[in-house]
Design a protein around this ligand. Structure first.
Ligand code: HEM
Length: 483
């Protein structure tokens, strides 16, 4: 049992400490909110159901005035309380992410953007310290924003120009980069805002802490205006594109044309709700697709480079696998078939996500009274799912704190629901496949071509919680393998 007054600073780490003290189920009050924390795979089984029918665990949160103030409870996916709308949006998003054009374009963009990053690394010279999480946030940001909106934010260029004075790289002249680049910065503020509005009682938000509330709302309003403009512009472009011309396969176009005659993704699942989406609906799910994908994916590579530097045996296997699949040539176009062969790389990604899941927490409420963990819980109980606690629980994992990718080479060795870095079931992550595609491509490009060594492979791997577990380590030296 605990409450917010005992909070030592980092929410994610605190919850893991509470698990060590109080066990796999405990109760915690955050403000007036009571949450029952669940920290072991078998206890969360009912919440991981795939079907939406007779699923009493589809909602994440009880009514919350902070989320209302952020306009999140009637819009978007994550906290929308209208399940019919959520199901429609989820179906549109799921179909968009599995579209073959989209998956191919993902690999193409990761490869192209990685090449751009290598150009900047060359300018920095061989002795530069490369901060992998920061470079990768900008790389994944460029890739995801282009894939979702069709526009390039040129975040890598901005990062290079800001971080390395005197070495300015040119922007393509026709791009309104100044505006879109801000979207990436806005994301970090947005994550802070979600935690703040979720847990800070209204009475404090509108008195003592009003300057903070005002500043967060200002940032939210800016991104809202930007999204409005992006969606409106694209709708107009589509309207003046001749019906015979194929449309660009970005996520925004798929959202705008869903359930219309120009749809690229076919009809959504339920006939009774197969309707086109309004602009405000498109804006909300577009933002959540961007927000839900960049940081969680990008930080994983920071942890991977640290694990590889600490585990030379695993690193040698990664390099051998990449060399055998690509025959030493990762300059050629990487395909989905190549990625399917990278089994050991996938095991490394899994083990990295097991030890520090980048999306460590989620929530569910029960729509009816139910038994969880051997106890009866009344309708509307809010459960907090500690995915980090689950993926490192000693009762499900031998040597739970050790880095052993081999455990993922046999699926029988992984207990049901013990590995949930993407959640699972109807509310599980819709971007899991894209995340593996991005990360495997990046590993092939990085380890296929470079020797990558942590600047301090003996130090503890550092991270902090801001909705995602953000990697504060991951600084490396790199040199070309054949150089
Ligand atoms: C390594 C990368 C990623 C990790 C670790 C991750 C993790 C998660 C987790 C833990 C959840 C909550 C699941 C639950 O409540 O049970 C989630 C939801 C979500 N993720 Fe991911 N994710 C990743 C990449 C992506 C990508 C690439 C996209 C989109 C392209 C994406 C879009 C979303 C969305 C929209 C939701 C909310 C779904 C809903 O509320 O119905 N994620 N993700």
């Amino acid at each position: 049992m605990g409450n917010l007054y005992q909070f030592p600073g980092d929410f994610g780490k605190w919850v893991n400490q509470l698990q060590e003290t109080y066990g796999d189920i405990f109760e915690l009050y955050i403000g007036r909110e009571r949450n029952i924390w669940l920290n072991r795979g078998d206890i969360v089984e009912k919440m991981m159901m795939n079907s939406t029918r007779n699923n009493i665990y589809l909602l994440r949160m009880n009514p919350n005035d902070g989320l209302d103030e952020m306009d999140l409870t009637t819009k978007g996916l994550a906290f929308n309380r209208n399940l019919d709308n959520w199901e429609l949006y989820r179906s549109v998003l799921n179909k968009s992410l599995v579209a073959p054009e989209f998956q191919k374009e993902t690999l193409n963009l990761v490869q192209k953007t990685f090449e751009e990053m290598e150009g900047y690394w060359r300018k920095l010279g061989p002795n530069a310290i490369i901060d992998i999480p920061q470079w990768n946030l900008n790389l994944v940001g460029d890739v995801i924003i282009k894939l979702t909106t069709g526009r390039s934010p040129y975040s890598l260029t901005t990062y290079f120009n800001e971080a390395y004075k005197g070495e300015k790289a040119p922007y393509p002249r026709s791009t309104p980069w100044e505006e879109t680049a801000k979207i990436l910065k806005c994301l970090e503020t947005y994550f802070t805002a979600v935690q703040y509005f979720l847990f800070m009682p209204s009475v404090f938000r509108h008195s003592l802490f009003y300057p903070m509330t005002w500043s967060l709302l200002k940032s939210i309003n800016w991104k809202q205006e930007k999204l409005k403009e992006i969606v409106k512009d694209r709708r107009q472009e589509i309207a003046i594109t001749d019906d015979s011309e194929p449309l660009r396969a970005d996520v925004l176009t798929m959202f705008i044309t869903a359930n219309t005659g120009r749809s690229i993704i076919g009809k959504t699942t339920r006939d009774d709700q197969a309707r086109p989406l309004r602009d405000d609906e498109v804006e909300a799910i577009l933002w959540e697709t961007i927000g839900g994908s960049i940081d969680v994916t990008a930080h994983v590579l920071g942890y991977i480079v640290e694990h590889m530097s600490r585990n030379p045996g695993a690193k040698a296997k990664v390099i051998a696998e990449i060399d055998s699949v690509f025959n030493g040539n990762t300059e050629r176009a990487i395909t989905l078939e190549d990625l399917e062969k990278l089994n050991y790389c996938e095991a490394v990604i899994n083990e990295t996500l097991r030890l520090i899941p980048t999306g460590p927490l989620s929530f569910r409420i029960n729509g009816e009274e139910d038994v969880i963990g051997g106890r009866v819980w009344k309708k509307g109980t809010q459960f907090a799912l500690n995915y980090h606690g689950i993926t490192t629980n000693k009762s499900d994992w031998t040597d739970a704190k050790e880095f052993q990718p081999e455990r993922f080479l046999s699926s029988a060795a992984v207990k049901k629901n013990a590995f949930l870095p993407f959640g699972a079931g109807a509310r599980g992550c819709p971007g899991k496949k894209i995340a593996y595609d991005i990360l495997k491509t990046e590993m092939a490009l990085l380890y296929g071509k470079y020797e990558v060594d942590s600047i301090d492979p003996t130090a503890e791997i550092k991270y902090h919680f801001n909705v995602v577990n953000a990697c504060d380590s991951g600084k490396v030296y790199i040199r070309e393998r054949n150089g």
